[in-house]
Design a protein around this ligand. Structure first.
Ligand code: NAD
Ligand code: UFG
Length: 337
């Protein structure tokens, strides 16, 4: 079976994807600098799958360390999760975001090229669509983004398109994730944000467990069915499975392929709160507050292309997403600590 290097494989999406890769019998090597994750994740992945993973503590910006990994292993493809991901933080420290996300990717691709490894799956984001009409489709124009984080994703997409245009041996998948939530149903791995969560679902579960007092719903006056913003929430395990399908595709062809990974359905913030309460029996204390700068009223995916070309579709509904989030939260009230 092919050997896959997962950069940022100890993170939220990376850890769930590594579990699915191991379940599908891929050999997995994880590289991470633990900027936003902890070593405990690795033993949890091994515990779920009963398989060993090879790990390197390495920063993707460190060329010499990357070369060592590529010279010690025969790598068939790379999934590049490693990066910084907070929209708010990116407005405060944009240079760090460009350095990590853009320079890190260029460094990685240079080393891949040197070792003739030209199969790459890149973690992109729905944020590249900006203000397009919904549902978002892969052939829509991109780049109208409102923050440095989103811009790094757009820039890397453009760099990878140029890379393929320069050398058609590359086989690259740009996966545009929508809003991943939930956790592995074992409750052994999940999302553990540093400090106060920025994202909706981790905030809700911290309120439910009593670590935060109240959720503020950012805006109740949008032009949507109940006035709150609409997003396409996807179970992280469904998202993870999309990566194994994308790998199958890029390992058997060359080109640059772009896929939305979303459910195609939108839920409002109030619907998410209700779904969480209904599926877990926990009350979520909330109030409606002002809008958050930069939020769009609604976005969700058209997920037909991934269905047609990868044979991928989501399995888990919103109740399962909420239940698995709560199971992870209850079993790990202090995260991995
Ligand atoms: P995460 O922070 O949990 O995981 C990222 C991992 O990369 C972490 O383990 C971190 O320690 C590691 N890392 C960061 N910089 C590194 C570097 N320079 N060298 C080595 N390792 C490094 O984030 P996630 O939610 O798992 O996201 C994974 C990818 O998906 C990111 O690129 C993110 O931008 C993208 N994405 C995430 C979302 C989301 O909502 N979670 C949505 C769209 C796209
Ligand atoms: N929200 C609240 N209160 C909170 C947190 C969020 O009401 O405390 C609302 C937001 O206003 C938004 C919705 O919940 O309407 C979802 O917000 P998130 O912050 O969870 O997610 P975003 O859609 O803003 O962004 C996420 C990731 C981005 C990624 C994007 C892809 O954070 O990195 O999905 O669609 F690019």
């Amino acid at each position: 079976m092919p050997t896959i290097l997962a950069t940022g494989g100890a993170g939220y999406i990376g850890s769930h994807t590594c579990v699915e890769l191991l379940n599908e019998n891929f050999d997995v090597i994880i590289l991470d600098n633990f900027h936003n994750s902890v070593p405990e994740v690795l033993s949890r992945i091994e515990c779920i799958t009963g398989k060993k993973i090879k790990f390197y503590n390495c920063d993707v910006r460190n060329k010499e360390n990357l070369k060592k990994i590529f010279s010690e292993n025969k790598i068939d493809a790379v999934i590049h999760f490693a990066g910084l991901k907070s929209v708010g933080e990116s407005c405060k420290i944009p240079l760090d975001y460009f350095d990590n996300n853009v320079s890190g990717t260029i460094n990685l691709c240079n080393v891949m090229k040197e070792f003739n490894v030209k199969n790459l799956v890149f973690s992109s984001s729905a944020t590249v669509y900006g203000r397009n009409p919904i549902p978002y489709k892969e052939d829509m124009p991109t780049g109208d983004v409102s923050n440095p984080y989103g811009r790094t994703k757009y820039i890397v997409e453009e760099i990878l398109k140029d890379l393929y245009a320069s050398d058609n041996d590359w086989s690259i998948a740009l996966l545009r994730y929508f809003n991943p939530i939930g956790a592995h149903e074992s409750g052994l791995i999940g999302e553990e944000p540093n400090g106060i969560p920025n994202n909706l679902m981790p905030y809700i579960s911290k309120v439910a467990i009593g670590k935060l007092e109240k959720l503020t719903v950012f805006g109740g006056d949008y032009d949507t069915k109940d006035g709150t913003c609409i997003r396409d929430y996807i179970h992280v395990v469904d998202l993870a499975k999309g990566h194994t399908k994308a790998l199958d595709k890029i390992l058997s062809s060359s080109g640059i392929q772009i896929y939305n990974l979303g459910t195609g359905k939108g839920y409002s913030v109030l619907e998410i709160i209700k779904a969480f309460e209904d599926s877990t029996g926990q009350k979520v204390n909330y109030s409606i507050g002002p809008r958050r700068a930069g939020d769009l009223a609604a976005n969700y995916s058209d997920s037909q292309k991934a269905l047609k070309e990868l044979g991928w579709k989501t399995q888990y509904d919103i109740n399962k997403m909420c239940k698995d989030t709560w199971n992870w939260q209850q079993k790990n009230p202090n995260g991995y600590k």
